[in-house]
Design a protein around this ligand. Structure first.
Ligand code: HEM
Ligand SMILES: CC(C)=CCC/C(C)=C/CC/C(C)=C/COP(=O)(O)OP(=O)(O)O
Length: 324
């Protein structure tokens, strides 16, 4: 996004707003929003639908700051290739609106604030997990894998799966099996999410020599792998229902419905692997999928949902007994 003149605001204030806008862009805020939805999902289940509002706000701020730090360092590290790629050319670093030194100072302030907030007001485990998220994204994904392996986002995707662990740990102070299932859901979701986009912008990645799956193995092979991950994702989402029993029938129905639409879209891409319209639809749906799945977790965790489903089950039971 380029800086634009803002009518009715003095030159000095406009410059200030443009600086704020540049730092805001460095954090990749729209991605952070979805990361925070998964963090809130983790907190919601861990607290069985009754999250302390103060803890929720602190954890979301800590999560946002740590993800913002990770994204800023990623922008700093990748500024050479971001300058060449069409999609990323106007980011604050390649366009010269923020200096590398200032970006590093900004990321450090965000990371230190995030750690302090989480360690003081939640616990050390959640703070440590947030820092491990920064490490995985910056060192494992951005430095080690992104430019060297076609499996970059499969392994590096673990970074994006850490936020629900942060949420869970903030509530309980430990990590149960259910927390790891949330991790696995985001982990399995990442390849379909990203490879659909990578099919759309394959030429950009080819231009800078980043070995994304569609560049190296082609759209056909990538679309098949997207389908396998999408198919595997459905049973993983249902592990929360069985054997873990932390989610009930409402979540199960939502997970099955959302999962089957995801598979349908992935199947369509297998049939037309180079049709950019189909890839775009899958990419956009991947985002909606994760948002609605987390909303499903929230709805299922509410005490009122428990009461309603219990009443419904008792009613059905009575009818069955009457019928027999
Ligand atoms: C290694 C893992 C991942 C990779 C490589 C990846 C890559 C990308 C890329 C390249 C974009 C386009 C961004 C842009 O145009 O500036 C994008 C968009 C997006 N990603 Fe991911 N992503 C990953 C994981 C995640 C995770 C874990 C989440 C959240 C849970 C997420 C949420 C989003 C959202 C919401 C968008 C749309 C942003 C917009 O509207 O501009 N991504 N992703
Ligand atoms: C707990 C914690 C702090 C976790 C960190 C999670 C995190 C920041 C995940 C981001 C995932 C993502 C946007 C990858 C895109 O990178 P890219 O370099 O491939 O994208 P680009 O080409 O758009 O720069």
């Amino acid at each position: 996004m380029q800086n634009t003149a803002l009518p009715g605001i003095s030159r000095h204030n406009q410059d200030f707003l443009h600086v704020i806008q540049s730092y805001w862009q460095l954090t990749k805020p729209r991605i952070i929003l979805l990361l925070l939805i998964t963090t809130a999902g983790g907190m919601w289940i861990a607290a069985e639908g009754q999250v302390d509002p103060f803890l929720l706000i602190i954890t979301l701020i800590g999560g946002a700051f740590s993800a913002g730090a990770a994204n800023t360092i990623n922008c700093l590290y990748d500024r050479d290739i971001d300058y060449i790629m069409e999609r990323t050319r106007n980011r604050p670093l390649p366009s010269g609106r923020v200096s590398p030194r200032d970006a590093l100072i900004f990321a450090t302030i965000l990371a230190v604030t995030a750690f302090t907030l989480l360690a003081v007001f939640a616990n050390l485990l959640s703070a440590g997990l947030a820092m491990s998220g920064i490490f995985c994204y910056v060192v494992v994904y951005t430095h080690w894998l992104k430019r060297h392996s076609t499996q970059n986002i499969v392994i590096g995707g673990a970074a994006g799966a850490i936020p629900p662990l942060v949420g869970w740990a903030a509530v309980t102070g430990d990590l149960s099996w259910a927390a790891w299932v949330l991790f696995a859901i985001v982990f399995m979701w990442t390849p379909p999410h990203f490879w659909a986009l990578a099919i759309m912008i394959r030429e950009d990645y080819a231009k800078v020599g980043v070995p994304m799956m569609p560049v190296v193995e082609g759209n056909e092979s990538t679309s098949h792998q997207i389908l396998y991950y999408t198919l595997a994702l459905i049973p993983v989402t249902l592990l929360l229902v069985y054997p873990l029993h932390v989610m009930g029938a409402v979540y199960a129905a939502i997970a099955l419905l959302l999962g089957s639409i995801f598979v349908q879209k992935a199947w369509k891409l297998v049939q037309e692997p180079s049709e950019l319209r189909v890839a775009k639809s899958l990419f956009k749906y991947s985002i909606l999928y994760l948002m609605l799945l987390c909303a499903g977790m929230g709805i299922d965790s509410l005490p009122v949902t428990h009461r309603l489903t219990a009443a419904l089950a008792a009613n059905l039971g009575n009818h069955l007994v009457d019928a027999l």
